[in-house]
Design a protein. Structure first.
Length: 139
């Protein structure tokens, strides 16, 4: 049961009765990673964004549950002045990653059992991030 990445408008394969994990990488959908200096002291603070709530919508016959909401961080270094003297370093938030578990499903149909689903993530800045995908259910 390995996790598959859910990208916009992707078609995600799933077998009837299989339990499958999917993850959405919200990179580029949140505020850019950045840090700010504090009064020339070399101390740095984070200006980032965190997820506050999220919801998954699936068709009848499928069940989706949230497993985790992870934050992805990276280290930033900065320099200033004519000599480009290093003034500090910090980590900054660059992405949020949602993981969900999908179970249930119908037998394959003539149409291939293609069903739409979507996910919404609310962030600390008040944004609603949205992704839509399709689940291909096969027997």
């Amino acid at each position: 049961m390995s996790a598959r990445q859910w990208t916009a408008e992707s078609i995600l394969p799933k077998y009837q009765g299989e339990v499958q994990d999917y993850y959405i990488e919200w990179t580029g959908r949140i505020a850019p990673a950045r840090v700010t200096a504090t009064s020339g002291t070399g101390a740095w603070s984070l200006v980032g964004e965190t997820g506050s709530a999220w919801q998954v919508y699936v068709a009848s016959g499928l069940t989706a549950s949230a497993l985790s909401l992870a934050q992805v961080w990276t280290a930033y270094n900065s320099a200033s002045g004519a000599g480009l003297t290093a003034t500090g370093s910090a980590s900054a938030l660059v992405s949020l990653q949602s993981t969900l578990r999908l179970s249930g499903g119908w037998p394959a149909s003539a149409s291939g059992g293609l069903y739409g689903m979507s996910a919404e993530l609310r962030t600390s800045s008040g944004r609603f991030l949205y992704e839509r995908a399709f689940i291909q259910v096969n027997s």
